[in-house]
Design a protein around this ligand. Structure first.
Ligand code: AMP
Ligand code: MG
Length: 332
């Protein structure tokens, strides 16, 4: 071979090696599995900063819970607000409270993040049982978002026994914080799930499973084909117990303080924002199919309802995004 040809082959080989190394960096994958906010969470990241981001996803979720949103971690922002019956809010907390008050208002009170004392009585996170009815009415009498007043940066509880609870929106808030932190990192794709809420980042079309409401954690009844964004599912299957032949679940009707009976098994909401997808999935579960559709429309979100008759409805969005994979369920 002539010298020039040898040199050209060497250059090509070097370029190829560099390209392969670059590809190895941008397609570097990292995963994390952890338990936070009383639920299982996982992250799968692709990109040069994937390892750092997988660790970051866990760190952000844990510290958001312990330092800000937990109702039980002493000295978290929410713990202190509940203890003191209100107080000055940090910038982030002010934002969360104002979004959630809006959802309370627009859902006609079906969403209510002041049910902490009622949820405590049911104790779904621990050893659940049907509460004593006098205790339930008492806890309910101290609940209700209208007891909260937000002015400037101060939240005031008209009833000091009210207990705010971010159980319905915290997972989504974690996703919003994670997306913000990842924006500055070198990543190509990220899928982070905290309980039933999932963050999708990247240019591609993602496939997300909708859980089988009556099956085990690993079984799905449909696939969603959607671009980047947030997807949250609220379902009666998530935390439930059975007593005297009846099933009780953790999504409460604020009117009764008892598990909401709206004819649904689950609601999935797709939104740009995690706090919205998470809060709305809970709100729409309580509201039921018809009123839930109106609420999802008001916020411009696509909603997927699964009814107790195993019917699947896609509202405010195209049916093309869903592929039913379980013959027991019918897309209407
Ligand atoms: P999710 O799993 O996101 O639907 O949220 C359920 C959690 O939200 C429960 O475990 C309670 O902590 C809280 N919660 C229950 N009922 C309601 C409600 N009607 N409005 C707001 N939060 C609720
Ligand atoms: Mg929710």
């Amino acid at each position: 071979m002539k010298k020039a040809a040898v040199a050209a082959v060497a250059v090509l080989a070097a370029v190829l090696a560099a390209l392969l190394a670059y590809d190895g960096i941008i397609n570097k994958e990292a995963t994390a599995d952890f338990f936070a906010m009383n639920t299982y969470a996982s992250a799968k990241i692709t990109g040069a900063d994937s390892e750092e981001c997988a660790a970051l996803a866990e760190e952000i979720t844990q510290s958001l819970d312990t330092d800000i949103l937990s109702r039980t971690a002493e000295n978290s922002e929410v713990f202190l607000l509940n203890k003191n019956g209100g107080g000055a809010l940090g910038k982030e907390m002010r934002g969360y409270v104002s979004v959630l008050l809006d959802v309370c208002e627009k859902s006609g009170g079906a969403f209510d993040f002041t049910l902490g004392a009622v949820s405590d009585l049911w104790n779904f996170g621990g050893n659940p049982s049907i509460p004593d009815s006098a205790a339930l009415s008492d806890a309910l009498s101290h609940s209700g978002y209208k007891k909260l007043a937000l002015a400037e940066n101060t939240l005031t509880y008209a009833d000091k026994a009210a207990v705010i609870d971010f159980g319905a929106a915290g997972k989504g808030i974690a996703l919003d914080d994670i997306r913000e932190a990842f924006a500055e990192k070198r990543i190509k794709e990220a899928v982070v799930s905290v309980g039933g809420s999932v963050l999708l980042m990247g240019e591609k079309q993602f496939t997300v499973g909708i859980r089988n409401p009556s099956g085990n954690a690993g079984s799905y009844i449909a696939k969603l084909h959607i671009p980047a964004g947030c997807v949250s599912t609220s379902g009666s299957y998530e935390q439930q117990f059975e007593e005297n032949g009846e099933k009780y679940h953790h999504i409460l009707d604020p009117e009764t303080g008892c598990p909401a009976k709206s004819g649904l098994l689950s609601v999935t909401i797709i939104s740009e924002s995690g706090i919205m997808s998470d809060a709305l999935s809970t709100a729409c579960f309580v509201l039921g199919h018809e009123k839930g559709t109106a609420l999802a429309k008001e916020y411009g979100c696509t909603a997927i309802f699964i009814t107790e008759n195993n019917e699947v409805f896609v509202e405010n969005g195209s049916k093309d995004i869903i592929e039913i994979t379980d013959g027991a369920y019918t897309l209407i």
